[in-house]
Design a protein around this ligand. Sequence first.
Ligand code: 5RP
Length: 250
Amino acid sequence: MPVLTGAVPIATTTLSAIEQSKRLAAYTAVDKHILPEHKVIGIGSGSTVPYVVERIVAQGRELNKDRVFIPTGFQSKELIVMSNLNLGDVDQFPTIDVTIDGADEVDLDLNCIKGGGACHLREKVLAEAANTFIVVADYRKNAEYLGTNFTPGVPVEVVPFAYAQVLRKLRDVLGSPNATLRMAKAKAGPVVTDNSNFVIDAPFSREIMKDPSTILAKIKMLTGVVEVGLFCDMAQAAYFGNEDGSVTVK
Ligand code: 5RP
């Protein structure tokens, strides 16, 4: 796994070590993958992605005026608009040059858990639409196996009518006895996605998570499941900012 050192000049704002690591990963990935010829760019969700947009904005108005940016949800739409970048839709631009997104965890084969922010359906659409899909994250997300540090489980977006049945099948048939419906912070009710669906978090054993494609296929077969936050064989590269200022590239 290559480690880059001193690759990116970083602005001097005081940030926590984790925020600096996110920014380092984001800046390095943008410098490497968002090239002048790229005109349609997918923007993911989460707390690392604002640094992606910050670095793209720094490439200058001249380059960005001919580009269109496709969001994965409400947050990235706001980010694009607030940054005075051109907002587009995947309906208009079904082929994306590069999508950059965060991840909750990435394994040795670049399989990812995504959906910590409940955006994984749209994130997967934009990852699939992209010629190149790049992941950016801080060092805590870099793992040998999925589920090592990210313990809530695999996010499963489900239509509300089917959630109890899907929960039961995840617990009793697919081997996730602690699967739970994701609740809003105040516990006033379930988290509702940008697509008006619910999310179940399903933790699986190490044995099962060693083969994420198999469990992904099984979960997708459950009636009522809209999308699963396992991204298998989708990312071309992942960048992790480290505490010592280096970047690990997978
Ligand atoms: C949202 C996601 C995010 O990309 C993921 O949760 C990572 O977020 P962060 O950059 O805040 O760690 O999948 O659904």
